[in-house]
Design a binder for this molecule. Sequence first.
Ligand SMILES: Nc1ncnc2c1ncn2[C@@H]1O[C@H](COP(=O)(O)OP(=O)(O)OP(=O)(O)O)[C@@H](O)[C@H]1O
Length: 580
Amino acid sequence: MKTSAWILNLIKNMKGAFLLSFLLLMLEAGTNLATTGLQKWLIDDVLIKGQYDQLFKVVSLFAAAFISYAVLYTLSPYVMQRNELILIARIQEKLLYTLQSIPFSEYRKKQTTKYVHYFNNDALLIADVLAAQIPKAIQSLVTAVSLTLIIGYISPVLLVIVLWLSISYYVASKKMGLKTKVISREVQDRKTELLVHIEEGIASTREVVAYHRRSWESAIYNGLFEKYFKVVMQEGKLQNKISFISEPLKWGTNIAVIGYGAYAAMHEQISLGVFVIMYQFSFQLVTNYQQLFDIVIQLYNRKALFERVREVLDLEPEAEGQEALPVPIDEVCFEQVTFTYEEDTKPVLRQVNLRIPRGRKVALVGSSGSGKSTIAQLMLRLQVPDEGTIRVNQVELDSIKRSEWLNRLSVVPQEPYFFPETIRTNLILGLSEVSDHHLQKVLEMTRVDDLIRDLPNGLDTVIGERGMTLSGGQRQRLAIARALLKDPEILILDEATSALDTETEYFIQKMLDLHRAGRTTIMIAHRLSTIVNADIIYVMENGRVVEQGTHDELMKGNTVYKRLFTAQVMNNQNEMVSIP
Ligand SMILES: Nc1ncnc2c1ncn2[C@@H]1O[C@H](COP(=O)(O)OP(=O)(O)OP(=O)(O)O)[C@@H](O)[C@H]1O
């Protein structure tokens, strides 16, 4: 989509509000010109020709023009600001929507802070261009054209001076604008880089202090600041150059107008009143050109921001799928699924076949990095297979309506995210209907009831950013409770109980087993004691499923599973022995 079409789409339903702001600006400019024009009448007719009876009329018109100007001068910024705020909301909403619908792999290409900067910097500046700068540029342009015509009517010589000025400004703004655009993008990119580093520096404070890496961190910061400093200074130099061109143009024109006007007045070619308004009109014209020039340079500057934001907004959203999800989900199958995170790297999953029947407990086990969590990501549709298919009741997962699928699935990830809100908000997470009975049952199953009993405000206790005021085990209990509240048909637990003490883990596992009738449970686990009762255990190595079966079946013969299980049992026994 072209930028102009994109802008028109953005200001959809706002054309009336935009027209109103243009109209107010035009009227504002008109009343301003009128206050100058009236001076000729006052000087030539009332003062010089002595038509004193007209004084009251002139003064009344002056008053009307000044009052109108004052009203319009306060009204137009109000309308423009309103438009600007609506546009900010629209751009930010579009950004948020796009970021939440593009493939996860795209999202991961940039750090989160970069996107945050697009929200609180770029969106604001783009809205300012559209709602304020462009209307003001049009106001300046229309005023400049009107003044050129008035001045041309007063004196052809002045018209030549004025045209010379317009052409010079046009050439200068085009030449300088292109240079500004390049350097401005560089400044914005370096600024974002610096902000990203600052945010990450703050987030990593614990590691930086613990590993005594403050000077290392400072060196990186200084390096980035130096780069930013250099481009800002280059931008400053360019701005000086621009002023070096535009200022002499402005004052040169003023001097030419005064010189010529005074000469013409002295030789009675023009009246005193005409000389006074001619000088003021010329001054206003130069000021308007200057404003227009500044805005054009500014627009070139901000063009870089449009490009940056549109690079995100133009990203292809992930296919949503249209097919309704059958009830109930009888089976999920992975058929020859191969998946690679990044191009030109080796596959993380290779020709994986899985069968996950309804109501069964299915376990994925294997060494670290063998691809277990990636399977959860594919189930969540955060990633799509490069080859092979995932089918739900024989229907391709991709063609199923995403919202329907995600409503029937819950995942407890290894590192669950918590909002800095109350425990209740974090548990319910926007679910529309959660009965007190269901909530209470889930709290008991996950032992969150024990946790909130000790908190001063119970469920309404606010937890810190990312749940930092809770222990790892407490966070895991909350995450399991959150997943169960949705009452999903498929529950995926990715190392979801790894931080719990043995007794709590045993209790929660027992509860999950007791209440899993009709629910498919997929468990990714290192602690094999938690999955011995699984209906199917898939053993993974290097992205492949190398074994499958029940615990008893897999314990027969020389299997990878048996090796893993025996090693864990031995390890546990050694630990028990070494405890005095
Ligand atoms: N976002 C990502 N981008 C690139 N590579 C990734 C990404 N996430 C995981 N990987 C790689 O994919 C491989 C499989 O990772 P995955 O998290 O699926 O393993 P896992 O079996 O769940 O490991 P663990 O038991 O340690 O959690 C690893 O080699 C990992 O480095």
